[in-house]
Design a protein around this ligand. Structure first.
Ligand code: FAD
Length: 391
């Protein structure tokens, strides 16, 4: 007798393995297939930016290999396999470099987000790394050793750029950070809090260059010993390696090419359902009821709801307030950004490295906050006062 079509999950990041685990809590035997274009190792992506602090290379960050994950989940895990196209009418997938079609009963996009690559010129682009998954991280750590790196230039002073700055300072490296905007974490942190975080990193030795773009990365004439990083204001910085951390963009191309509605992310309702029948999305690739939230807490909430839905118990996702902790121990920072359409104002209490920003509406209700230094002790208290993101 033919097997029923499986539930198919595209992606084995925290979202892909997360939904697989949640589904298996409610359904232990429906065939389950995970397909990933990477090597399928399970790891916690946030740990990529604490590797020098915790002395963990890629091997140490690997929780399980794909085979072990498959056995534990009673699932098949196909690695190094790219899903090329989805026919949502016939409910089949086509894979790159393969003839076979894969039928699905339900399909989950957990395709994550890709790094944005800034347009850079120069002849030393091979020295520019970005670290967005375990394989990137392995390459980066290997290069750091092989090149006997002492000086690192980081493009982008956002969340990832600042976390790497702190981590690489802990590793004993010299760090320059270049960002075209005025202060670090410009999209997440209001300025007084960002200045405290900056000061914390500067006190450990980081140098910030706000205003210019990085335009080129070149080897000096006649040498490949180090690189020269050219800035749009005419300055030049020397470094041994460059880390690009200018942000991520949800992977929506496959869904879009398959006729599934996309916006900034793959558009879903609160059931994580896309515009196509029996097709769902969660994690960094998804735009859930208008929210693109590229963090772990929202994808875990989504996985819990979708696990039930896929097992036959339709369940909407709820998002509580989910403050983001920025892993910069030089200046502990936590932020609960107000919703994009929120109507309110920031007020600040600043005491050295301790800053407390509160975002309130005209009625005085707290809609967001940002805390640094000692003020981070107030996180729990303030978090309880926030409205949920999706009630
Ligand atoms: P991913 O982990 O990107 O997984 C995507 C998967 O899809 C991969 O397996 C990929 O191979 C597969 N895939 C994509 N397209 C295809 C295709 N066509 N065919 C087959 N497979 C495909 N968040 C926090 O909440 N707290 C933190 O402290 C934090 N720190 C972070 C630090 C760093 C350095 C980074 C990079 C991120 C951090 N984040 C943090 C964000 C968090 O890690 C992500 O939100 C989360 O890991 C996203 O998981 P995901 O499964 O959606 O995506």
């Amino acid at each position: 007798e033919a097997q029923p079509a499986p539930v198919v999950i595209i992606g084995t990041g925290l979202a892909g393995y997360g939904i697989a685990r949640e589904f298996r809590k409610h359904d232990s035997d429906t065939p389950l297939l995970l397909i990933t274009e990477d090597d399928g190792r399970a790891y916690s992506k946030p740990m990529l930016s604490t590797g020098y602090t915790k002395n963990t290379d890629a091997e140490a960050l690997t929780q399980s290999d794909a085979g072990t994950m498959g056995a534990n989940l009673n699932a098949s895990v196909w690695t190094m396999t790219r899903v090329q196209a989805v026919d949502t009418q016939r409910k089949v997938l086509r894979l790159a470099d393969r003839e076979t079609e894969v039928h699905y009963a339900a399909l989950v996009f957990a395709t994550g987000a890709s790094v944005i690559r800034p347009p850079l010129g120069g002849d030393a682009l091979e020295r520019v790394y970005s670290v967005n998954d375990l394989m990137d991280y392995d390459d980066f750590r290997t290069a750091m050793q092989r090149l006997e790196v002492k000086r690192v230039a980081i493009i982008g002073g956002g969340l990832i750029g600042c976390e790497f700055t702190n981590d690489l300072l802990n590793g004993g490296f010299e760090i320059d950070v270049i960002d075209p905007l005025e202060h670090c974490l410009p999209t997440l942190l209001p300025e007084p809090c960002a200045r405290a975080l900056q000061r914390g990193l500067e006190e450990k030795g980081a140098r910030f260059h706000f205003g210019p773009l990085v335009t080129e990365v070149n080897f000096p004439a006649g040498s490949t010993d180090y690189v020269q990083v050219s800035l749009s204001d005419g300055r030049m910085l020397d470094a041994d390696i460059v880390v690009s951390a200018v942000g991520v963009r949800p992977n929506i191309e496959l869904a879009k090419a398959s006729g599934i509605a996309v916006n900034r992310g793959i558009v879903t309702d609160r059931h994580l359902k896309t515009s196509a029948a029996d097709v769902y999305a969660l994690g960094d690739c998804a735009e859930v009821d208008g929210h693109v939230l590229v963090y772990v807490a929202p994808l875990m909430a989504a996985a819990r709801a979708l696990g039930k839905t896929l097992a036959g118990e339709p369940t909407q996702v709820s998002y509580p307030a989910m403050p983001v902790t920025i892993k910069v121990p030089a200046c502990p920072t936590v932020v609960a950004p107000p919703a994009v359409n929120a109507d309110g104002e920031w007020t600040f209490t600043v005491d050295g490295m301790s800053t407390r920003g509160e975002y309130r509406n005209a009625a005085g209700e707290l809609l967001g906050f940002a805390l640094t230094g000692d003020a981070t002790k107030e996180k729990m208290k303030l978090q309880k006062m926030l409205p949920p993101i999706l009630a």
